[in-house]
Design a protein around this ligand. Sequence first.
Ligand code: FES
Length: 110
Amino acid sequence: MSDELPERPPVKLAPRPSNVCVCFHVPLHKIQAFIRQRRPRVTSQLSECFGAGTGCGWCIPFLEKIFEATKDDPNVIVDLGLTEEEYLQRRREYHTRINAAKMKDRREGE
Ligand code: FES
């Protein structure tokens, strides 16, 4: 029998956003720890986790997804389904849409 370890393909971990709430730098693991410890009854209580979701509002749908996925089992592994780059790109697009809507409202208000 050989002492050499069999060659295995490299394990690839799915990249994921480092911060779910970019405004307040709140990562997924902190949100999940908050859920395990505090057992919030509604999604909005996640705002008590370092202010998550109380800035631009971009992350609120993701907080809802995390809440729904973990409400029965807080230890479940949540996959947001986006890489860090995709997450931040969509957030930029969200801000572009919001800013365009605000400018339109201003023009129409003049
Ligand atoms: S990214 Fe969470 S409030 Fe802006």
